[in-house]
Design a protein around this ligand. Structure first.
Ligand code: FES
Length: 317
């Protein structure tokens, strides 16, 4: 319980004497700010840095459309050692392709032990309409420096309806899925047997959707070209792009860097406000919460414009 004071019993002279002492101490203090270097902060930075700079040590050709890149810490750019990761995690690669600010999530294809030995391996395969993967395969070479995020996501696992029933509690629970899209297609069907609400099912990384026309419920867009008026902090621009691209892809192709990680509607990094316009959000990658629906928030990575849009996006750090 806090101590209570009677204002009439306070001694103003004693208080004044303390003021004098306080001013003396302030005058004697060093002009430079004291920077505290706490061990726990250093550990947190090592485990989960904001970004990492890595250098390509080796390029391994797998076939005409697939290469592996061995990456080491780029100490010249300030990354002394690589962050550790768990099996199945991915990191985001930051790319600048002729002014387009792109991010792409790639699973780390080496073992966590190799990160302890100072190496990551990234394996990139060309995908249809894959601007970033094609760029990486054609341009990355030994000695190049690359910017990546800290490892993200959860560990891989495999689930079936029976397995979940066996271990699930009676109380409400959530299911987190990690794996390739084929696995999601299978497990999502299994989950339908459990009648779990969508909000209790999370996908670690569904994979970026490139063309909404492949979706059975896509309503179609009246125009092939979309205008998006976008506000980032206090700057507003109007850009144009293809209706086949996600809102995130259109912004990136116009040189606007938006925070993003999973690129598949799950992580929430690109969470943005839709001010006006109509959009299509495929249900497989619709990771919005109830509050997002209520207040008009979208994930641009999982959203396709059906009309001209006006949106407000967070600034990338
Ligand atoms: S980047 Fe993860 S939700 Fe958009």
């Amino acid at each position: 319980m806090s101590k209570s004071y009677n204002i009439n019993q306070l001694d103003p002279l004693r208080f004044m004497a303390r003021m004098e002492e306080r001013q003396k101490r302030i005058a004697a203090a060093p002009a430079k700010e004291i920077v505290s270097d706490y061990e726990v902060n250093k550990l947190a930075d090592a485990l989960r840095p904001q970004k990492q700079f890595v250098r390509i040590q080796e390029v391994i050709e797998r076939d005409a459309d697939c290469k592996s890149f061995v990456l080491t810490a780029d100490s010249e750019k300030g990354t002394k050692s690589l962050a550790y990761f768990s099996a199945g995690q991915y990191f985001t690669v930051f790319l600048d392709i002729e002014g387009m600010k792109l991010t792409r999530a790639y699973s780390i294809s080496s073992s966590p032990k190799e990160a302890l030995e100072g190496k990551y391996m990234l394996t990139v395969k060309s995908v249809q309409d894959g601007l970033a993967s094609r760029y990486i395969l054609d341009n990355w070479k030994v000695g190049d420096s690359v910017e990546v995020s800290a490892p993200e996501g959860f560990e891989h696992g495999f689930v079936t309806a029976d397995l979940i029933r066996k271990y699930a509690p009676d109380t409400p629970y959530s299911v987190f899925l990690c794996g390739p899209q084929q696995m999601y297609a299978f497990v999502d069907k299994e989950l339908e047997k459990l009648s779990l609400e969508r909000k209790y099912i999370r996908h670690e990384l569904f994979g970026e959707m490139h063309n909404p026309k492949t979706q059975a419920d896509y309503p179609g867009c009246a125009s092939d070209t979309i205008r998006i008026t976008v506000t980032v902090r206090d700057e507003t621009r109007t850009v144009t792009g293809s209706a086949n691209d996600s809102v995130l892809q259109i912004l990136e192709k116009n040189g606007i860097r938006v925070p993003s990680r999973c690129r598949s509607g799950e992580c929430g990094w690109c969470h943005s406000r839709l001010i006006s316009g109509k959009v299509y959000i495929p249900k497989e990658i619709d990771g919005r919460r109830m509050a997002d629906l209520k207040y008009g928030y979208i994930h641009p990575c999982a959203t396709f414009a059906l009309s001209d849009l006006e949106i407000e996006v967070p600034a990338a750090k």
